[in-house]
Design a protein around this ligand. Structure first.
Ligand SMILES: Nc1nc2c(c(=O)[nH]1)N[C@H]1C(S)=C(S)[C@@H](COP(=O)(O)OP(=O)(O)OC[C@H]3O[C@@H](n4cnc5c(=O)[nH]c(N)nc54)[C@H](O)[C@@H]3O)O[C@H]1N2
Ligand SMILES: Nc1nc2c(c(=O)[nH]1)N[C@H]1C(S)=C(S)[C@@H](COP(=O)(O)OP(=O)(O)OC[C@H]3O[C@@H](n4cnc5c(=O)[nH]c(N)nc54)[C@H](O)[C@@H]3O)O[C@H]1N2
Ligand code: SF4
Ligand SMILES: [Mo]
Length: 730
């Protein structure tokens, strides 16, 4: 046990900071001006010019600084006492408690008994340190993160097809030049509002195509100038894509020169889509064959081979959060390849990354199967490289751990004939799994089985409120670091004010825990130093940051411009806005086409559960809502969960507009207020996942996962609905 007392860092007075929004991957640029840096006054937020947001912010960005002063901000460590309540404690008490209990659990059950759950909101520096901490101090393979819920299907498909997963392998501003942009299961108008301005020229040309079972705000944007909204049966996007590819091939709209020069596997894909003629696909997905033909022809006309200005296919969570998410993204890439789009200026395929550092979060080693630099943890050369940076022997680095859903369900589970015991302790850094994980009733049971739950957060999220130890951390405006945006652009997060009370950076917490646990490995705590180390660890990897440092990023921004696109393999390298121009990142440089086929959702509609439930987001709230439910302006606009349903369905079920509805699935029940809307298919209801308690939609969702990516099927499951009568009883 430690004998030194944790020192509280001196408070620096900071005034104005040019930084980026704390929330989504668009990473809109803003300037923060604290009225009174050391005390509790308000902090003003002003947008600043940056290519992706072009001076815009959404409501969440404008109100982001309110959370810095939230009344229930956690400002001291908290320990659960004998009375079952959380009580303030000193850092020494909190860290020593963790160390003593971890040592006992690991002595009893081995190193793997400790698990770590990270987040795509952590800076690159924190994500890197967390992965290093798990592998070198805890020596556990069991680390994964909420990006598994977000980007894992797109990542798996893109890595397989193109050899490298950088969400958008082109600047976002490139979209404006295209004749067609097809958004598949993405609602940009609510999830990244300032990005929509880049689509304006495309819309003016009638080139916006949106595929969504709802007429979302984004789908509505197609109506001004003959764009198109495809409204498939939930979970059938793959059938749509197979049909579109069928049409492009059958009508000889393919780019044969490109297919010959830049791809492999076309023949197998051609055969695999042969049976997906549009009339057959229509019976599966409900999209009229004529509309499928129109879209295929429009995309082909927009493509370089068709003589157009270019076309983009972009996927969002609507098509990816599926038990066939990897296959659906693969089919999207196949369609893009037959049209000759990827790797061409003005055309391409991209996945729209979600969380603030959803891109960097999947590069630096907090994913179960990865080491820093987007290296594979099973690759001996990658292990040797990273081991040398960490100063450990390669064989001491554990192998791959369990992906998120499996990790969560294994917590506290006793050993059985065919499964080892699950972890007994869990560290959570930057996720609120009790609200955001699928089948959350089961997650609650798993968290209850733990011997030790440690949560680092700055607000008492639902998950933190269940913890044995809560450690208070800094918020975005109180720390330095880097984020990697949806474009793969590495940018600087800058500190505007000191952290309140005893809140500390996770870099310090992990270093201090490492020290108290007797780590032989050194942990830097200055973000710029951590960055230099992660750059070395990334050297020669796919996501190569070798040529970057905080100083270079700062100089660049002062000079011209904002951040560098990875890979940046040398200090004089300008960065790589469009990595696939000359070749793909596969061994032979060709894009790999892989045949895929369609199957129904795992939890499909049936008697007793005849309605599709789809889930997603609304503009005002962010993710589990842990942050935005604490922002008064946002909570006033959207104070409670609402279930969107078509008036035809509502009247059949006797559900009034504004009445309470009970939803039931094979996993559980939830209650929400009905909102009639003819923007949704009459066989489908929509509910956002931003709320906790009885209004939490993840009580209903399925934890079936994609066999390749481990992505849960958040988007589609089967439910029944009934009006709530007499005070909550059905
Ligand atoms: N306001 C807000 N913005 C955010 C976030 C937030 O929580 N709130 N989170 C950020 C993060 S982490 C992410 S990942 C992104 C997500 O950004 P998006 O992917 O744009 O968001 P979602 O609302 O999850 O899903 C998009 C659409 O998918 C549709 N959908 C549902 N099922 C299906 C289906 O079977 N097929 C098709 N084609 N579409 C379907 C939904 O109706 C929804 O309109 O947003 C980021 N931005
Ligand atoms: N039904 C349904 N469920 C979904 C989805 C869906 O579309 N439908 N989408 C999924 C997706 S795409 C995502 S990304 C996940 C997101 O799910 P979560 O990651 O659980 O969502 P957040 O609310 O962002 O949780 C982040 C938590 O970390 C805290 N935090 C923020 N920054 C830091 C930091 O730097 N350090 C620490 N220690 N804590 C920090 C916040 O206060 C908050 O409590 O949800 C998934 N769940
Ligand atoms: S779009 Fe995303 S990054 Fe921009 S202000 Fe809104 S939440 Fe912040
Ligand atoms: Mo996400």
């Amino acid at each position: 046990m430690s004998t030194t007392t944790a020192q509280v860092a001196p408070v620096a007075d900071v005034t104005s900071a040019a930084t980026h929004c704390p929330y989504c991957a668009l990473q809109c640029a803003m300037v923060l001006n604290p009225a009174d840096p050391a005390a509790t006054g308000p902090v003003s937020v002003q947008p600043r010019q940056f290519p992706t947001n072009a001076g815009g912010l959404c409501q969440k960005g404008w109100t982001s600084s309110e959370l810095l002063r939230t009344p229930d901000r956690i400002t001291t460590p908290l320990l659960r006492g004998a009375d079952g309540q959380l009580h303030p404690a000193s850092w020494d008490q909190a860290l020593d408690t963790i160390v003593v209990r971890l040592a006992r659990l690991q002595a009893e059950s081995g190193p793997e008994t400790v698990a770590v759950f990270g987040g795509g909101g952590l800076t690159n520096e924190k994500a890197y340190t967390l992965g290093k901490f798990a592998r070198t101090v805890l020596r556990t393979p069991n680390i994964d993160y909420n990006g598994r819920f977000c980007m894992s299907s797109a990542a798996a498909a893109t890595n397989r097809a193109l050899g490298l997963d950088r969400g958008l392998p082109f600047p976002l501003t490139d979209l404006a030049g295209a004749d067609a942009v097809m958004l598949l299961g993405s609602n940009l108008a609510e999830t990244m509002p300032p990005s929509v301005q880049h689509l304006a020229p495309v819309r003016a040309r009638g080139g916006l195509v949106v595929m969504d079972p709802r007429r979302s705000r984004t789908a509505a944007l197609t109506e001004d100038r003959q764009g198109m909204h495809l409204q498939p049966v939930p979970g059938t996007d793959l059938a749509v894509l197979l049909a579109l590819t069928h049409i492009v091939i059958a009508e000889n709209l393919i780019d044969s020169v490109y297919l010959d020069e830049r791809t492999s596997g076309f023949e197998t894909v051609r055969r695999s889509v042969a049976a997906w003629w549009p009339e057959r696909a229509e019976t599966v997905c409900g999209v009229p064959a004529a509309q499928l033909r129109r879209v295929a022809r429009q995309l082909a006309a927009a493509s370089p081979a068709g003589g157009g200005r270019g076309a983009y296919l972009l996927t969002g969570r609507g098509v990816e959060q599926s038990s066939q998410g990897t296959a659906t993204v693969t089919a999207t890439i196949n369609l893009a390849l037959v049209l000759g789009l990827p790797g061409r200026i003005g055309s391409g395929y991209g996945a729209i990354t979600g969380q603030g550092n959803g891109q960097g979060g999947r590069e630096h080693g907090q994913k179960a199967d990865q080491l820093p630099g987007y290296r594979s943890i099973t690759d001996p050369a990658a292990r040797a490289h990273v081991a040398a940076v960490w100063g450990v022997a390669p064989e001491t680095i554990p192998g791959p751990g369990r992906p998120a859903v499996e990790l969560l369900s294994s917590l506290g589970r006793p050993a059985t004939a065919d499964q080892p015991a699950g972890p007994r302790a869990l560290f959570v850094h930057g996720a609120n799994v009790l609200v955001s994980a699928p089948n959350s009733g089961r997650v609650a049971g798993a968290l209850d089985r733990l011997d030790l739950l440690v949560v680092c957060d700055f607000v008492p999220s639902e998950t933190a409120s269940r913890a044995d130890v809560v450690l208070p951390v800094t918020q975005w405006a109180e720390e330095e670091g880097t984020m990697t945006s949806l474009e793969g652009r590495v940018i600087r997060r800058r500190q505007a004010l000191p952290a309140p009370g005893q809140a500390r950076s996770e870099l310090w917490i992990l270093a201090e825990l490492g020290r108290r646990l007797g780590a032989q490995v050194a942990f830097a705590t200055e973000p710029a130093d951590v960055f230099d180390e992660l750059a070395r660890a990334s050297a020669g990897g796919v996501a190569d940051y070798t040529g970057l440092s905080h100083a270079r990023l700062d100089d660049d921004e002062a000079a011209s411009g904002p951040g560098f696109y990875w890979p940046v393999p040398a200090a004089d390298h300008p960065g790589t806005p469009r990595p696939f121009q000359d070749r793909f990142a596969t061994p032979d440089g060709r894009a790999r086409m892989v045949a895929v086929n369609h199957h129904a959702p795992v939890d499909d509609v049936r008697p007793g559960a005849p309605i599709y439930l789809v889930t997603g987001r609304v503009l005002q709230h962010y993710q589990s809502g842990a942050q935005t439910r604490r922002v008064a302006d946002l909570n006033r606009i959207v104070p409670e969960p609402v279930v969107e349903l078509h008036p035809l369905l509502a009247s059949r079920l006797g559900i009034e507009n504004g009445a309470e509805v009970r939803l039931r699935s094979a996993r559980g029940e939830a209650v929400a207020r009905a909102r009639w809307s003819d923007d949704i298919r009459p066989d489908t209801v929509f509910m956002p996942f931003h709320f906790a308690g009885t209004g939490s939609v993840n009580l209903l969702t399925s934890d079936a996962t994609d066999p390749i990516s481990g992505m849960p099927e958040f988007k589609v499951c089967a439910v029944d609905l009934s009006p709530v009568t007499d005070g909550g009883q059905p």
